[in-house]
Design a protein around this ligand. Structure first.
Ligand SMILES: Nc1ncnc2c1ncn2[C@@H]1O[C@H](COP(=O)(O)OP(=O)(O)O)[C@@H](O)[C@H]1O
Ligand SMILES: [Mg+2]
Length: 225
């Protein structure tokens, strides 16, 4: 099968004072469509840096990255922005919802920002909140929801514009293990039933077990295949 994303010898450096940190070292990985891939590794191993590159928020210092057949490392900022907005959804560790808005309003607002017609927004927002099992909580404000429910709203918002891939940087880190597993089950369902590709990071062994593919990062290097 053709990969959805692949990288060819990607390197990323950061400056820290006078020091040059080699944060990602010759990373060559591929992400299959309709799969759940986990980037695993300790804090500081480079997971977030790699996710930022795969999601074209950041650019490598050397090496190439391809998304859906497009060499995204050759694109300018506007073009990358377009690739990101139309094909990618994001879920973060600390939920980034607007707490005074309801669950429904958060998802609907995301669709408004993405440029969806008013007529389509309501239906799609409800559809996505159904998908994540929040149909009965749609009109609750975010601060009235549990951490796990808030993360579900964030996922509903991330999938609402029908992206090909969702990037989730440690989405379960702030949840207890039961809620964490429920979020994982939701990701698995989205992969199996809705054909979404999920790329996430975690260091929890119970969660890593559920992946279709795992890449282990150690000091910026992939140590498994
Ligand atoms: N913008 C930055 N400037 C300098 N150093 C950075 C920057 N971003 C990340 N780093 C460093 O790169 C390394 C990897 O960071 P990160 O990708 O955040 O790891 P992880 O997500 O696995 O915890 C760390 O040593 C971190 O301090
Ligand atoms: Mg990180």
């Amino acid at each position: 099968m053709d990969s959805l994303i692949w990288t060819d010898n990607v390197n990323r450096y950061f400056k820290s004072g006078t020091e040059k940190l080699h944060v990602l070292k010759d990373i060559s990985i591929s992400i299959e469509p309709k799969s759940l891939t986990i980037l695993k590794g300790r804090s500081g191993s480079g997971k977030t840096t790699l996710i930022n590159l795969l999601s074209v928020l950041d650019r490598p210092d050397s090496g190439e990255i391809f998304f859906d057949g497009i060499k995204v490392t050759a694109l300018n900022e506007r073009e990358r922005d377009k690739v990101r907005r139309s094909n990618m959804g994001f879920v973060f560790q600390a939920v980034s919802l607007i707490s005074l808005m309801s669950a429904y309003e958060n998802v609907e607002f995301g669709l408004r920002v993405a440029g969806f017609d008013t007529s389509k927004r309501q239906k799609r927002a409800e559809e996505c909140l159904n998908l994540v099992g929040l149909q009965k909580r749609m009109n609750h404000r975010v601060h009235e929801l549990s951490g796990g429910e808030q993360q579900r709203v964030a996922i509903a918002r991330a999938i609402a514009h029908k992206p090909k891939v969702i990037f989730a940087d440690e989405p379960t880190a702030e949840l207890d293990s039961h809620m964490g597993l429920q979020i994982m089950k939701l990701f698995k369902d989205l992969v199996t039933n809705d054909g979404i590709t999920v790329v996430m990071s975690s260091h929890d062994p119970n969660i890593i077990e559920l992946a279709n593919h795992v890449y282990s990062l150690q000091d910026g290097e992939i140590v498994n295949e």
